[in-house]
Design a protein around this ligand. Sequence first.
Ligand code: IPE
Ligand code: IPE
Ligand code: MG
Length: 237
Amino acid sequence: MNTPKHIAIIMDGNGRWASKRFLPRIQGHQKGVKAVRKVVKHCGKLGIETLTLFAFSSENKNRSNEEVSLLFKLFLSVLKQEVNKLNKHNVKLKIIGDLDLFPQEVQQTAVDAQALLANNTGLTLVIAANYGGQWDIAQAAQQIAKRAANNEINVDDINIDTFSQYLSLADQPKVDLLIRTSGELRISNFLLWEIAYSELYFTNTLWPDFSPAELDKAVESFNHRDRRFGERKDKAC
Ligand code: IPE
Ligand code: IPE
Ligand code: MG
C-alpha cells in the first residue's frame, strides 16, 4: 500500500450540517471540531507525515461579524484545550496564514502551542487560518523581492525550487492527496502552488460527518490512482 505522505483537507459543510438540523451555524463548527479530533488521531495511526487542514480562508473574514468572532473564540478554545492531548500523541503543530487578523490572545496562544509541540516527531498538523493560496504566493514574492533588492539573492537564481522555499509549506512533503467535503467542486483559494500534482478527492459528506472510515476510502482511492506526472512508462511513440 502506498500511504500518502501529506494529506490536505478543505473541511467544508459545517453550516449546512447545522441548517439541516435547524441549529445555529456555530454548532456545525463545534461538531466539525469533533471530526477534526478523530481524523488527526487516525492520520497518526496511518503514519501520515503531514495533515493540512483549511480552518479559515482569507475570504471567510467577509462573513458576518458574529460568525467570524464565534469562529475566533472556537479556535482559541480548541487551541487551549487540545494542546496537551496533541503533545501526548507526539503531534507537531504548524499554523499558516496571515495571523495579524486574529485577536492578540489567539496569536499568542498559537505561538505558545507551536513552541510547546515543536520537538515532537509524529504527525505534523498544519492549520491554515486566514490563509489563501494567493496570499501565500504574494507573500513569497514579496520576501524574494526584498532579498533581491538587498542583493542577498540573484534574480537569475529565482526558479521553481527556490521560489517554493518561501511558501508556508516549504518544509513539508509534497501534498499527495487533497480532499474536499460537502460536494463543492472547487479549491476556494486553498493551496494553489502545492496542488500542481496532487490527487483530488471530492465527497458529498458534510465535514461534521466525516469519519476515519471516510478517510480510509479517500486513501484507498488514492492507492488506485496512476500518478504519471506527465510522463509515460512506455517510452515508445
Ligand atoms: C466550513 O464550513 C468551515 C469554514 C469555512 C469556517 P462552512 O461554514 O463553509 O459550511 P457551509 O459551506 O456553509 O455548509
Ligand atoms: C472553504 O470553504 C474554506 C474552508 C473550508 C475553511 P468556504 O465555504 O469558505 O468556500 P466557498 O465559499 O464554498 O467557496
Ligand atoms: Mg462552506
